[in-house]
Design a protein around this ligand. Structure first.
Ligand code: HEM
Length: 483
């Protein structure tokens, strides 16, 4: 007992006193761990939250009461990156883009996903036959997810797609200043004239603008595109300015590409460690959702969510003053022993068997796609891409670890492997449950995608009342709309 007292009380207080004497100030030491406290970034107050109970109360707030944090908005604006979700007219934008994510529209995108994935797998087959079975899986996935995102966002294909992706990747490089990206992108730069990061924003904007103008012309002629831009143009009926449309396209691309690519990347790693799950998924595609949930629990693409109080908000009898930022620590909640139990650090997709929240003691403790009215609008699209990609991969290949892998997840904007993800890919010896054809090709031609879990309307606020994320639907039908 005295040892515990020393470790939990005496030592931290001593350390804190010493730090304060040396001018380091911050929240006071606390035992047990505080899950809600205030800290400052310069003159900006932040309420740190890793308590789902507290979050449940915040979630009741409507969209106008809780916006995105303005200080982060300023930083992103400076980076010519997405603006969606920050401005005062978020409601109008969200309404306008919602139909683009309808089940019918998503179904029209399945072909594009199948095509890009099949191209990747054909490349793999050639490389394996040439005697080199080791792939840097993160790079493979970033390239393919980027291609899928360019196609599904604004229908960019062929030569245009290649040039567009080069520019966008170069812009990502300029944004993230990460040596890892520099490495991947170098390959694209070698074969084309390098772009100056400063000119990139403008170059991408003008490329997008030309795509948008072309698409507006073809829309008049009755051309029907099933990508996100196509649906948006049909819905907005000239209401959006050219700048807004360009911003929207950038949002579609950036919001979808990193997040999905990382979910896929970490899944590859975990499936290589747990080959049993590769077999399970070959037999039972339904379990793909469990695996994706579990991957996003362990390695959430978005490590945190942020909000800003737009008026005084009452939470459990306490008031969060107007203007206060709220920093929600998603990764802390996803790894909280009190919420998940002793096996919280283990890869156990079966915890999602029959439970949308994986047995989490509080459903707000599992929020890979955010929460409330601002929850990720592309989550069903991500699920679709995930399922298509893995069903195609596993019907042809087996994945195993390369001894070169060094496990060191790194927080560079999102959570990514610190030192590549080298994996060995071999032709699958398993008997495919889909002899002669890929499962998703069948899905593509026959029926509406059952797993997408939408309600029936086109404008569907999500996550209201019922709490956090509802992968298969029940909470997705309209409730108290805060749109
Ligand atoms: C595994 C894949 C994905 C993950 C983990 C993910 C996660 C997230 C998260 C955490 C947010 C913030 C939600 C909040 O603040 O409460 C978000 C917002 C958003 N996501 Fe995703 N996302 C994924 C895929 C996609 C895809 C494929 C798209 C499609 C283009 C997309 C489009 C968006 C948009 C437009 C927003 C802003 C929504 C708003 O502010 O109203 N996401 N996403």
């Amino acid at each position: 007992m005295p040892l515990l007292f020393k470790r939990c009380w005496i030592s931290p207080v001593r350390a804190q006193t010493k730090l304060r004497q040396n001018g380091f100030v911050g929240p006071a030491t606390s035992f047990p761990l505080r899950k809600v406290f205030v800290y400052w970034q310069g003159i900006e107050p932040f309420v740190y939250v890793a308590d789902p109970e507290f979050l449940s109360d915040i979630e009741r707030c409507i969209g106008e009461e809780l916006g995105k944090t303005k200080c982060i908005q300023e930083r992103q604006r400076a980076n010519v990156w997405q603006r969606f979700g920050y401005g005062d007219d978020w409601t109008r934008h969200r309404h306008m883009i919602t139909p683009a994510f309808s089940p019918l529209n998503l179904k029209g995108m399945a072909n594009m996903m199948v095509e890009s994935t099949t191209n990747m797998l054909d490349r793999w087959a050639i490389q394996i036959n040439s005697g080199n079975p080791v792939f840097d899986m993160e790079k493979e996935i970033v390239v393919t997810a980027g291609e899928i995102s360019a196609k599904t966002s604004f229908g960019v294909t062929g030569e245009n797609a290649t040039q567009f992706l080069k520019n966008l990747r170069a812009m990502q490089l300029a944004l993230f200043h990460s040596h890892r990206y520099a490495y991947h992108l170098a390959a694209f730069w070698i074969s084309s004239k390098p772009l100056k990061p400063r000119g990139l924003g403008k170059e991408i904007d003008s490329l997008l603008l030309s795509i948008i103008n072309e698409r507006k012309r073809s829309l008049v002629e009755g051309d029907d595109h099933h990508d996100l831009l196509g649906s948006l143009l049909k819905a907005e009926k000239g209401e959006f300015t050219a700048t807004e449309l360009v911003d929207e396209c950038k949002t579609f691309f950036f919001a979808g590409v990193e997040t999905t690519a990382l979910a896929l990347t970490w899944t590859f790693m975990l499936l290589a460690i747990h080959p049993k799950w590769q077999d399970t998924l070959r037999d039972e595609i339904r379990q793909m959702s469990w695996v994706m949930n579990e991957v996003l629990r362990l390695y959430p693409s978005a490590l945190n969510a942020q909000r800003q109080a737009r008026r005084d908000i009452e939470v459990n009898g306490r008031v969060i003053p107007n203007g206060t930022n709220i920093w929600i620590d998603v990764v802390a909640m996803h790894h909280d022993v009190d919420l998940w139990g002793d096996d919280f650090n283990e890869f156990k997709p079966e915890r999602f068997d029959g439970d949308l929240y994986g047995g989490c003691k509080n459903k707000m403790g599992f929020m890979p796609f955010g929460f409330g009215g601002r929850m990720c609008i592309g989550r069903n699209m991500a699920f679709m891409e995930y399922k298509i990609l893995f069903s195609l991969v596993l019907s042809r290949f087996e994945i195993s670890f390369s001894p070169g892998y060094r496990h060191s997840p790194k927080h560079v904007f999102s959570l990514r492997p610190g030192y590549d993800l080298p994996l060995i890919v071999s032709n699958s010896g398993a008997s495919s449950p889909y002899p002669g054809k890929s499962p998703m090709v069948e899905f593509r031609i026959s029926e509406p995608p059952k797993f997408l879990g939408f309600g029936s309307g086109s404008i569907m606020p999500v996550g209201h009342g019922s709490g956090a994320w509802t992968p298969n639907g029940p909470g997705m039908v309209s409730g108290n709309s805060d749109l």
